[in-house]
Each structure stands twice: as C-alpha cells, then as structure tokens.
Design a binder for this molecule. Structure first.
Ligand code: C2E
Ligand code: CA
Ligand code: CA
Length: 445
C-alpha cells in the first residue's frame, strides 16, 4: 500500500481516461486480450454474471519456448495474438482470457464432455501452425474441469483443470484431458511415493541394474547403462516408469539420480581394484535436475569420494532438454565435459530434432531412440532406414559416437552394424541385469 501511496504523489492520476483504467485493469498488454483479473472475478461469482453452471478450460502451448528460441519473440507474440483472436470467436464460451505467459483459460457452457472436446479440437485445429512458418506444428496441453467436480473436494476449479492439463505428457500432439477422480488419486499416489522416498533409500530398496552395451562388429562389451529398480518393501520390483514420473513431478528425482551415481562410482572403484577392464557406465540425468544450481557441485562431491577415472562416467540427458534455456544448458554441459565426464543425448529423435543445436553441444555420444529402431527393417521401411542412416552419417561428421537403443532382433543389429553404428543396447544382447550378473561379463586387464 505504501508503494501505491508513493506513486500517487508522483503520478497525475487524472491524466488517465476511464478507458485507460479499464484497459490496465482487465487487458494484458501484448495481445490486448482479457487478463486473469477479468476471469477471476467471474469464476468467483458466476451467478453475478448470470451463469448457473459452467466448465473451465485451462491450456498452454507445448514448447512455446521453442517458438521464441527458433523464430524470435515477435513470432512468439504473434502466436499469442492469434490464439486470443480465435478465443474471441468462441461463441460457446462465456469468457476467455490470457492468464500469463502462454497460459489461457476459458469459462464455457456446461455441455456434454464429448461436445466440449469436439469444440476444443476444432478450435485448436485453427491454432496448430505458425503463420510465419506453416510447416511448424504448434500443439496444446489442455485440461477441462466442470463445476460439479469441485463439490467433492476442497480444490478450486482452476486447480482441477490444471491437474487435468498436467496429466497430458505426449510431446507431439494436442492433448485435451478431462478431470477425473483417478487424477486426484494419482496425485495422492505421487505425494505418498515422495514421502516414502527417504525411507526406501535408507532401507536399501533401490537397486541399480546394468544393461550392457556392445560393439556390433565384434560383439565386445563397450559399456552399460545404470537403470534404477525399486524393490518395494523388499516385496517385489517396481519398474522406473511407475515412480520416476512422480519423483520428477514432485521435484525429488535428484536424490535418486545422486544415489545411482554414487552406486556406480562405488562399483567402478571396486571393479578397478579387482583388475577388471573397465567400460564407461552411463547414468540418466533427469531434465528436472539439470537446472539445479548445485548440480555440478553435487556431482563433483560424489565422484571425488571415489578413486575412479571420470572418463568411465557418462551422463545421459534426454533430448527434449535441449529446448529449454539452451545457453544455460550448454554451459552446464561444458562444465561437465571440462570435468572429464562423457555426455550423451538420450532418446534422440523424440523431440524437435535439430542437428544444428546438437552441433553446439559438447556431446560425446548420441543415442538413437527405440522408436526409430523399431521402424528399421530390410525393405520394410525405407524412410526410417534412410533417416537412421543419415543420423549415423551426421554423428560421424560431428565426430561423436553413436548408439542404438532398444535393438531386439538380429536383422536390426546387422543393419545398424552395416550402417556403422558404434554400439548397441537392447534385448538382442541383454536385458538390464543385476550387478552380480553384469560383473561376470567383464574380462581382466
Ligand atoms: P531410458 O533411459 O530410455 O532407458 C532405456 C529403457 O529401455 C530401459 O527401461 C530399458 O530396460 C529399456 N530397453 C532397453 N533395451 C530394450 C529393448 O530391446 N526392448 C525394450 N522393449 N526395451 C528396452 P527401464 O529400465 O524400464 O527404464 C525406463 C526409463 O526410466 C528410462 O528410459 C529412464 O528414462 C528412466 N530411468 C531409469 N533409471 C533411471 C535413473 O536412475 N534416473 C532417472 N532419472 N531416470 C531413470
Ligand atoms: Ca537412458
Ligand atoms: Ca532412452
């Protein structure tokens, strides 16, 4: 309040017209569309605005940062304006607004869910490309909740719609999710697993498996990936897909990744002293972790406790990472490379693959995603064969090594070998195995 009083002394309030004041209160400056204030008042007291019941829609643009990064902020702003223009034409909506950044909200008529879905699909269809580059696809992540959903819980309708929105996870399509009670349960499950993490770590329930990597030309062991398993209450193994996403959402994945790194360092030291011929072991680094300001320091603290050469430790970063803050990302990658670690880009081909971006990254390895490997075959799919061969040629030009993941058949292995892939990881050679089995694969120096 003090700040406002101070301003009052400096600013001549009378210079603003009524229109100016309304614009400042209810519109946001970039798109000149309604802002969250406008919407908030209406959600709080719908009856005052003649609305008995309604559904609430909240959505954002997937990878909006990519648009800004690849095309510049003007193009980004144009996209926001286009979304607002199309929102303005939705006659089945009571009110629409741009909340902030690339977040938008709609208060719509309470019609059956499939009708809402159909209308939203038609609306997003009109927004799904950039005017400046129609070949660039724009996707949305959208959640819907109805005012009836609110009754059961204390949550607000915006919370429920956002919960539904965040359940959308696919990178390359528009997703429209309706709130369900199951989502609520999932959220509770996430909270429960999170609160169980410290106990499980202390109880030794997390186990690191190793999946060997082989050179296909002579079938020699050239490395392995460390993959976490949870032996829940020592009663049975839970795969990572059932807990990693929750830990990522809750922001505690770093604890687990540090645990895996530490186990790998311990093992590398042990193997070194046993006189084994060491191979690099890769550990996954979650995208959520990479922006932690203490990341590099915490890695250094762990590794320094052990007598291991850093060239035997490789970090796998997922490709979708590359489209956040690239400048910062490359800085972190450079620090890790300077410290002597190897760096691999995981799941290559699943994001907006840009070889240009990759060329600027200090990578040692590129890991081609299983979805491509699934598609290769002798004559079956010339296009996928062609793409994979080209990726492999490019890695050669960039002087980084290549690995194919998810290789299951001899045909795949032979094709990849003939196309010059450096190494192969997949069920064709071995599933992820416990450490005692993995150790048996080592030869002595
Ligand atoms: P990812 O990093 O892409 O790991 C490869 C996944 O593919 C592993 O699943 C592996 O078992 C599976 N895989 C390997 N070869 C084949 C094959 O030939 N066929 C098939 N069908 N699958 C194959 P897993 O162990 O269930 O791990 C799933 C994901 O969980 C990993 O995907 C990774 O993203 C995450 N993850 C696992 N361990 C960790 C960890 O310690 N930290 C973090 N942050 N993520 C982890
Ligand atoms: Ca991986
Ligand atoms: Ca992968």
């Amino acid at each position: 309040m003090n700040r406002v009083k101070k301003l009052e002394e400096k600013v001549d309030i009378n210079k603003f017209t009524k229109e100016d004041l309304l614009t400042m209160a209810y519109f946001e400056p970039v798109t000149l569309f309604y802002n969250w204030n406008w919407m908030r008042e209406r959600i709080a007291e719908p009856k005052k605005y003649g609305i008995d019941t309604f559904a609430f829609v909240h959505f954002d643009i997937k990878d909006f940062k990519v648009v800004n990064e690849l095309y510049g902020h003007d193009v980004g702003d144009n996209l926001l304006r286009k979304v607002c223009d199309i929102l303005d034409e939705q006659d089945w909506a009571y009110y629409c607004c741009r909340c902030d950044n690339d977040n938008f909200a709609m208060m719509v008529k309470k019609i059956p869910d499939d009708e809402i879905r159909a209308r939203l699909e038609a609306m997003f269809k009109r927004m799904e490309f950039l005017d400046e580059d129609p070949s660039f696809p724009v996707y949305f992540r959208c959640g819907v909740a109805s005012i009836d959903d609110v009754e059961a819980y204390g949550a607000t309708i915006t919370d429920l719609a956002k919960m539904a929105q965040h359940s959308g996870v696919k990178p390359n399509e528009t997703e429209i999710k309706f709130y369900t009670d199951k989502m609520r349960e999932e959220q509770l499950k996430g909270k429960m697993l999170q609160s169980d993490l410290d106990r499980a770590l202390a109880a030794g329930e997390f186990i690191v498996y190793y999946q060997p990597k082989y050179r296909p030309s002579d079938n020699i062991l050239v490395g392995a990936e460390a993959l976490i398993r949870w032996d829940y209450h020592h009663e049975g193994i839970i795969p990572p897909s059932e807990f990693i996403p929750y830990f990522e959402k809750e922001g505690v994945i770093g604890k687990l990744d540090r645990y895996v790194l530490e186990s790998v360092c311990q093992k590398l030291e042990e193997w070194k002293h046993k006189g084994y011929k060491l191979v690099p072991i890769s550990v996954n680094m979650s995208r959520a972790q990479l922006y932690s300001p203490v990341l590099v320091k915490s890695i250094e603290d762990i590794v320094n406790k052990y007598d291991v050469d850093r060239k035997y430790i490789e970090f796998e970063l997922t490709e979708s990472l590359a489209y956040g803050d690239t400048v910062y990302l490359i800085q972190v990658m450079n620090s890790l490379r300077d410290m002597g670690f190897m760096l691999s880009i995981d799941d290559f081909g699943t994001g907006y693959s840009s070889l240009n971006l990759l060329a600027n990254m200090p990578l040692t390895t590129l890991k081609i995603d299983k979805s491509f490997i699934d598609g290769i075959g002798e004559d079956s799919n010339r296009r996928v064969n062609y793409i994979v061969r080209n990726i492999l040629d490019t890695t050669k030009d960039l002087e980084i090594s290549s690995i194919a993941e998810g290789v299951e058949s001899e045909t795949q292995k032979n094709l990849l070998r003939d196309w010059g892939v450096d190494s192969i990881q997949g069920f064709y050679y071995s599933k992820p195995i416990p450490v005692d089995q993995f150790e048996k694969l080592f030869s002595k120096e």
